[in-house]
Design a protein around this ligand. Structure first.
Ligand code: IPE
Ligand code: IPE
Ligand code: MG
Length: 264
């Protein structure tokens, strides 16, 4: 077992080795994370909620780095939901500014690490400057060969399904599509995630046992790992535990018993 101090080092030029109990042959291809608990983390330390969001950015940087080093193909994180607009205006503004600042500051390093970034959600409603940065980052990293990193921003699973239904209905109306030919694959091609395999593993931090409108279609057969750890405290041990939990599962996909990932 690798010791945590060796895993959580800051030297980006080093590749963090996969901890030995994790089987490299049975890694999930796609991990999705509901990064929850920033506010509670801050409250517990009598700090304003905004400090929790700042600390959450560090946890995300750590997690992306580990997923990249451990050869996970796709990481999709929930950063801001369509329901999060209902938070106090100050918090929403803080988050939008934080996303902008972090993206600007980190994009070169992500590009050097060969990360390919994408943003999933209804991006039209985001502030123009953030949208510009998002478009530049997608463009800059589009031909990178490393981990696919998806940030769900103003994302809602229901909204995504409604948009897909609208697009299919329009194509049918235009005479391009026979409605009787709409099947799972045709439908999935209209989703924000059309280019990625479905998540194999969903991690939710802070102990809540709900999906909160995240990837409603794509999580159909994901294994779910809930941890009480608050997102800012999520580290290499937390990720190791999630992966070991995943590797202990028997995925059946509605069929009879099979070992994890046999289908992949
Ligand atoms: C998750 O942490 C971050 C966002 C939803 C933007 P929260 O802000 O939801 O933290 P809690 O759940 O209130 O502790
Ligand atoms: C889910 O967390 C959304 C994100 C992590 C961005 P919330 O804190 O918004 O979810 P609820 O309100 O607990 O369901
Ligand atoms: Mg929350």
């Amino acid at each position: 077992m690798i010791f945590p101090s060796a895993i959580d080092n800051d030297d980006q030029s080093l590749i963090v080795p996969l901890p030995s109990p994790i089987d490299p042959e049975k890694l999930p291809q796609h991990i999705a994370i509901i990064m929850d608990g920033n506010g509670r983390w801050a409250n517990a330390q009598q700090l304003p909620r905004t400090m929790g969001h700042r600390a959450g950015v560090d946890a995300l940087k750590r997690t992306l780095r580990l997923c990249s080093d451990w050869n996970i193909k796709v990481l999709t994180v929930y950063a801001f939901s369509t329901e999060n607009w209902s938070r106090p205006k100050e918090e929403v503004n803080f988050l939008m500014t934080l996303f902008q600042r972090v993206l600007k500051k980190e994009i070169e390093a992500l590009n050097l690490k060969k990360v390919r970034i994408n943003f999933l959600g209804n991006l039209d409603q985001l502030p123009q400057r953030l949208r510009d940065l998002i478009n530049e980052s997608i463009e800059l990293t589009s031909s990178n060969s490393g981990i696919q990193f998806n940030v769900c921003t103003n994302y809602g699973g229901r909204n995504e399904l409604v948009l897909a239904a609208q697009k299919l209905a329009q194509r049918a109306l235009d005479g391009e599509l026979d409605p009787s030919l709409i099947d799972d694959n045709v439908f999935a091609r209209e989703l924000f995630t059309s280019r990625y395999v479905d998540p194999d593993l969903l991690i939710r931090t802070s102990g809540e046992r709900r999906i909160s409108n995240f990837l409603l279609w794509q999580l159909a057969y994901a294994e779910i790992h809930v941890t009480d750890t608050l997102w800012p405290d999520f580290d290499s041990i937390s990720l190791t535990n999630a992966l070991l939990d995943y590797q202990s599962r028997r995925r059946r996909f509605g069929g009879v018993d099979s070992i994890v990932n046999e289908k992949l």
